[in-house]
Design a protein around this ligand. Structure first.
Ligand SMILES: *[C@@H]1O[C@H](CO)[C@@H](O)[C@H](O)[C@H]1NC(C)=O
Length: 354
């Protein structure tokens, strides 16, 4: 009898704990947040983008790279076509062009995710792309050959520390910082990680000489980028609704400087070269975006942070939509009075900034 009592109490306790955890997770995912429309003038869709513009990076010569056709582990496929890298003219938003890939590379399984551009001292440009072929995580390095509009595949980087790579920022010809957006790689364990708020995600530094975890304690490390003077890294701690500022110190160690609350689940971070401002494409409702279903109408939100290193950073919502226009914004970048907004698996929008 006594044993049965203890067992019943245990079962009830576990049920209560799991129930409490699910409610906490719903709060983390901002399920109850009300989103008011905050549209920008003269928005137009980028013609030809139908399967996402998960990440975008701008070149200062009126061009943007766009990664499309993500194949994120666990996410449904919206097209059987391989992922692609496009180039777009800015600020017009016209002239979308696929960059052809040359070299020894399996284009059929290409599933591009976060991207980053590195310009070498000799002017050569390298595009780093997080790739998820066959549900894996690896980083591809391509050389961008402007005259031929091609990407020449140079190298595939795989490493046990690069297990759930979401985004990267390149700092050398074969050197980058990367975020892992989960600690576990298996679906059910990923759910437990989210459910129990395990802040076990990290930032990894890769160079051919050494691969190291440089910062940990993230509850879903997502977008990563670097300040114009290359002294600070910015990391979106997605599930904590924060942007974390890390100082790059001598000997390439990272120290946490501060966190800035954004009140949204922010994805990629773009840094405006002139001002140093941060621009993020964010998910205002995490439960909706995680359904990866156009009918769930996950909304979109663009947030800017000015003066992030000062005592009083200014956080502004620049754009918000309830999913009737743009579903699942993941990146936003300003360019000469325009704002280009990409999404995880749907469209891309170009608007006027007031
Ligand atoms: C979004 O808001 C508009 C009003 O601005 C409304 O007509 C529409 O039904 C809403 N859509 C969704 C998906 O909530």
């Amino acid at each position: 009898m006594a044993k049965l009592m203890v067992l019943s109490v245990l079962v009830v306790a576990v049920a209560v704990l799991i129930g409490e955890r699910f409610i906490a997770l719903r709060n983390t995912l901002l399920v109850f947040r009300e989103l008011a429309q905050n549209h920008l003038p003269n928005c137009e869709f980028i013609k030809g983008i139908e399967f996402g513009a998960e990440d975008i990076t701008v070149l200062d010569d009126d061009l943007a790279f766009i990664s499309t056709g993500i194949k994120y582990p666990g996410m449904p496929r919206f097209t059987d076509e391989p992922g692609k890298i496009y180039m777009l003219n800015l600020p017009s938003g016209a002239g979308l062009k696929e960059l052809h890939i040359k070299g020894d590379f399996d284009t059929a399984s290409f599933g591009p995710h976060g991207i980053s551009l590195y310009t070498d001292e000799d002017g050569s440009r390298y595009l780093f792309v997080v790739n998820h072929p066959h549900e894996n995580s690896q980083v591809e390095i391509f050389q961008y050959v402007e005259e031929e509009s091609t990407l020449v595949h140079k190298k595939t980087i795989k490493h046990e520390l690069l297990h759930n790579v979401n985004d990267i920022v390149a700092v050398g010809v074969e050197h980058f910082y990367a975020t892992n957006d989960h600690y576990f790689t298996h679906g059910p364990l990923k759910l437990l990680e989210a459910l129990f708020s395990l802040s076990w995600c990290d930032v990894v530094y890769y160079s051919p000489e050494a691969v190291r975890v440089l910062a940990g304690g993230f509850y879903g490390a997502n977008g990563i980028n670097i300040s114009p003077d290359k002294k600070h890294l910015y990391v979106s701690d997605l599930m904590s609704h924060k942007i974390v500022v890390l100082n790059i110190q001598k000997g390439n160690t990272l120290s946490r400087v501060k966190e800035v609350d954004v009140g949204s689940l922010c994805d990629n971070i773009e840094v405006e070269s002139k001002t140093g401002d941060l621009w993020m494409g964010c998910h205002p409702n995490g439960a909706k975006i995680l359904q990866f279903d156009p009918n769930a109408s996950a909304g979109s939100e663009v947030i800017r942070i000015q003066n992030i290193l000062s005592e009083e950073p200014v956080v502004t919502q620049v754009y918000a939509d309830n999913g009737s226009v743009l579903i699942g914004s993941s990146v936003a970048t300003p360019y000469k009075g325009k704002l280009l907004i990409g999404s995880v698996f749907q469209k891309a929008l170009i608007c006027d900034l007031d």
